[in-house]
Ligand binder design. Sequence first.
Ligand SMILES: C[S@@+](CC[C@H](N)C(=O)[O-])C[C@H]1O[C@@H](n2cnc3c(N)ncnc32)[C@H](O)[C@@H]1O
Length: 284
Amino acid sequence: MRKDKPSKTARKVALNIVTLGVKPGMDKVLPPGIIEATEELLIASGAARATEVSLYHSRKMISVHAAFDWMMPGQFEAFGYRKAFCEHQVREGIGAGATQVLVLGAGYDTLGWRLAPQFTGVNFFEIDHPATSRIKARGIERMGGKDNLHLLAEDLGKRKLLDILSDVESWDQTAQTIIIAEGLLMYLPPPAPRELFDQCAAIAGTRSRIAFTYIGTGADGRPDVGRWTGLVLWILRAGGEPWLWSIRPEELGGFLEESGWTNAPELVGTKDKHGVEFFGIAVK
Ligand SMILES: C[S@@+](CC[C@H](N)C(=O)[O-])C[C@H]1O[C@@H](n2cnc3c(N)ncnc32)[C@H](O)[C@@H]1O
């Protein structure tokens, strides 16, 4: 991806969430407060203008998003299910004793900002490329920072997670932790996803869990998004944020075991595929 520019795909996800806020029925899926917080963050960070946000918060944008669903069927709503899935895992994990949450490739996700005041005994950390993380930090500062929310501007392709977190005084490597990798793994060049899972196992205590989304591999070895795979991959490449990694769902268990994680599909608590993405959960 373009390392000097804020992520376009993170912005797209956030604007998509804004439109889902006016889609009938999605209020039952989306986490409470997510629409308002996402709108506020987009504007406060300067990632989108107020006029653009209000355009996206209108019913006419539902048909615009829906019109693009032919390329990746179901993906418009899938972003909402993805947010709900991750938040469910975080809340459940905290309920089960986790005291740290780490969101990798956080983009304009608002989970940390919304949940930090509710769970003051939990430390929330986010990592994203400096170009995206910095403008998000500006937005969070304007919205009101939280003592237990820490934004780390780092390129996971350049520095090991272990090294990044060893420099963070409040990070506890023995703590029960929830790690979120939502819409991230497909952007990492192999073997980076393998190394990331290895390192996630090294930086978190026992009973930690990692919730993630991933793209399945097709028969031709490429990330599989259905009939229009070639076109979608081309568009992503042309936009500077290509998809580089995918895995067959049946190979996921073995992949996770090799990094010290156990596949825990029973914890997903939802259908395991939405749009073109699979949802995964593993425990340590
Ligand atoms: C599709 S966006 C998803 C954002 C967020 N997880 C969400 O779902 O709302 C992918 C995010 O991963 C980040 N990212 C991709 N490669 C990264 C890397 N090597 N290091 C840090 N962040 C990365 C991008 O900057 C972007 O914010």
